[in-house]
Design a binder for this molecule. Structure first.
Ligand code: ADP
Ligand code: ADP
Length: 227
């Protein structure tokens, strides 16, 4: 059961230099093929500039691929978590979880409130429901960011270096928290990180990209018991 499949995907950025300069061409994705099973936790590692963000952007539809196919098995609802939690400081934690609801009113207000409550309990943040982001630690704020991404029950959770702004200890703790969430929810996760240990610890498979942008060097099956 496939959640998403990329077949021979290419993304070329062409940047026009000012006045006399020639156009600069970057192949940010070069013949990328990857199939992710439903419920699988896949991480993507590689040095800065190797095309990790571009891969997520292509999946989100934030940028158009130059060639190739992207196939979302059942549906394509996606949740996105960025390096910064991007919470609205003037809204409480609960109100931050309800942002999408307040815009699209997809659920009844009651259902949405119940979902937010369940989410806070899953995240271990019940006591902070009515607090403001500024009163929370960085790790807690990022947990709210993850909760917000899960509020509309996405088929795929995309995470771009979600713990990159946290200190090392919080980062390790957040990795464990994410695993707990994943084990309850079995969401398909695509997790971008610079950290090879983190990728090995958390995921079923590690996609290693090469410094030369856009290419997959290898895909490693992780066959370790999870902590
Ligand atoms: P990563 O997320 O691994 O750091 P990116 O996907 O951001 O890598 O970038 C891959 C390559 O594409 C880099 O060489 C980067 O400079 C280039 N790039 C990314 N976005 C753009 C853009 N909008 N225009 C031109 N080049 C870009
Ligand atoms: P990351 O934190 O993933 O490495 P970057 O700092 O490389 O992200 O890129 C930040 C933003 O700038 C992205 O939206 C990316 O698409 C854009 N970008 C990156 N490289 C270039 C480039 N060479 N030309 C234009 N835009 C770029």
């Amino acid at each position: 059961d496939t959640a998403v499949e990329l077949r021979h995907v290419y993304k070329r950025y062409t940047t026009r230099r000012s006045k006399r300069g020639a156009a600069r061409v970057v192949d940010a994705l070069h013949d990328v093929s990857l199939s992710v099973a439903r419920g699988e936790f896949v991480s993507i590692v590689g040095p800065s500039g190797c095309g990790k963000s571009t891969l997520l952007k292509v999946l989100l539809g934030l940028t158009k691929r130059t060639a190739g196919e992207v196939d979302f098995g059942g549906g394509s609802r996606m949740g996105m978590v960025f390096q910064q939690p991007l919470l609205l400081p003037w809204r409480t934690v609960t109100k931050n979880l309800l942002i999408a609801q307040d815009i699209n009113h997809r659920l009844s207000d009651r259902e949405a409130r119940e979902r937010a409550e369940a989410m806070l309990s899953m995240l271990g943040l019940e006591e902070f429901a009515d607090r403001y982001p500024g009163e929370l630690s960085g790790g807690m704020q990022q947990r709210v960011g993850i909760g917000r991404a899960l509020m509309h029950d996405p088929e795929i959770l995309l995470m771009d270096e979600p713990f990159g702004a946290l200190d090392a200890m919080t980062r390790d703790q957040m990795g464990m928290d994410l695993l707990n969430i994943w084990e309850r929810d079995r969401k398909t996760v695509l997790f971008v990180t610079h950290s090879i240990p983190e990728s090995v610890l958390l995921s079923d498979r590690v996609v290693v990209m090469t410094p030369r942008p856009g290419r997959i060097a290898e895909v490693i099956d992780v066959d370790l018991p999870r902590p």
